[in-house]
Design a protein around this ligand. Structure first.
Ligand code: SF4
Ligand code: SF4
Ligand code: FES
Length: 260
């Protein structure tokens, strides 16, 4: 089949404004969008810039907006798009060139939630072990490949008024350490997350969960963080308990009662 791709182009060194360039590629219905982009770069236009590495949904580097929805080009089959595909860079982040965005702000926010185990006790003389039961609640979060599709799809992250929101990908990683049985900094993590620009910035709009290529129930994990903070503060009776904000439908925003 002949696939038409309308691709966002922008080279800040020579283009005043972004524009769209059309390409045509012969493809099998079961080819991936990434195959088409590679074919363009190899056979038609070596100036087209995009990131890729593994080609198999593992490295997270080929996140882009495909017909308006963020996803990995290596996971999208040509047959699912019809005859024309619009390909754009991930929103939220500055464009470096064409489909390549600057993920520095993404990783700054990711590092801000301390994405590593903090163990305050003396080393036990062997690795800090976990039972299968301990690791089970973390299994969803561990699948995250930091592709940034969730954060760039999140309406809160997209809104310039709330651009300091840490974003769903960082919160997935925060969940992973907050609920890790080996981590010994729970109080510090709760204080770190209990902020409007962190977990309370999430308005439970589910876009992150809809696009995650690893099928991580992102909104639900964020809801678990909210509940953990709420319950910890209630138990310790410290200060005023922040009430869960409402989502646009007026529901509480734990994000746990719906599918996801
Ligand atoms: S949670 Fe999903 S969409 Fe977000 S960065 Fe991780 S893998 Fe990508
Ligand atoms: S559920 Fe929260 S983090 Fe996810 S897209 Fe909606 S507002 Fe953003
Ligand atoms: S190229 Fe690695 S996830 Fe798509």
């Amino acid at each position: 089949m002949l696939v038409r791709l309308k691709v966002f182009r922008f080279d800040p060194e020579k283009d005043g404004d972004p524009y769209y360039q059309d390409y045509e590629v012969q493809a099998e219905p079961t080819d991936r969008l990434l195959d088409c982009l590679n074919r363009i770069r190899w056979e038609q236009d070596p100036t087209l810039a995009f990131r890729m590495s593994c080609g198999h949904g593992v490295c997270g580097s080929d996140g882009m907006r495909i017909n308006g929805v963020c996803g990995l080009a290596c996971q999208k089959l040509v047959e699912s798009f019809g005859l024309e595909v619009r390909v754009e860079p991930l929103p939220v982040f500055p464009v470096i060139k064409d489909l390549v965005v600057d993920l520095e702000p993404f990783f700054q926010r990711y590092h801000s939630i301390k994405p590593y185990l903090i163990a305050l006790s003396s080393p036990p003389g062997h690795e800090r072990r976990q039972s299968p039961e301990d690791i089970r609640p973390l299994e969803d979060a561990i699948r995250c490949i930091l592709c940034a599709c969730c954060t760039s799809s999140c309406p809160v992250s997209q809104d310039p008024q709330t651009a300091d929101y840490v974003g769903p990908a960082a919160l997935v990683r925060a969940f992973r350490y907050l609920f890790d049985s080996r981590d010994e900094s729970t109080s510090e993590r709760i204080a770190m997350l209990d902020r409007q620009d962190r977990v309370w910035g999430c308005r439970t709009l589910w876009k992150c969960t809809e696009v995650c290529p690893k099928e991580i129930p992102v909104t639900k994990l964020i809801g678990h963080i909210k509940r953990r903070i709420y319950e910890t503060k209630r138990e310790s009776n410290e200060g005023e308990i922040r009430h869960a904000p409402k989502d646009e439908a007026g529901n509480g925003s734990w994000g746990e009662d719906s599918e996801g």
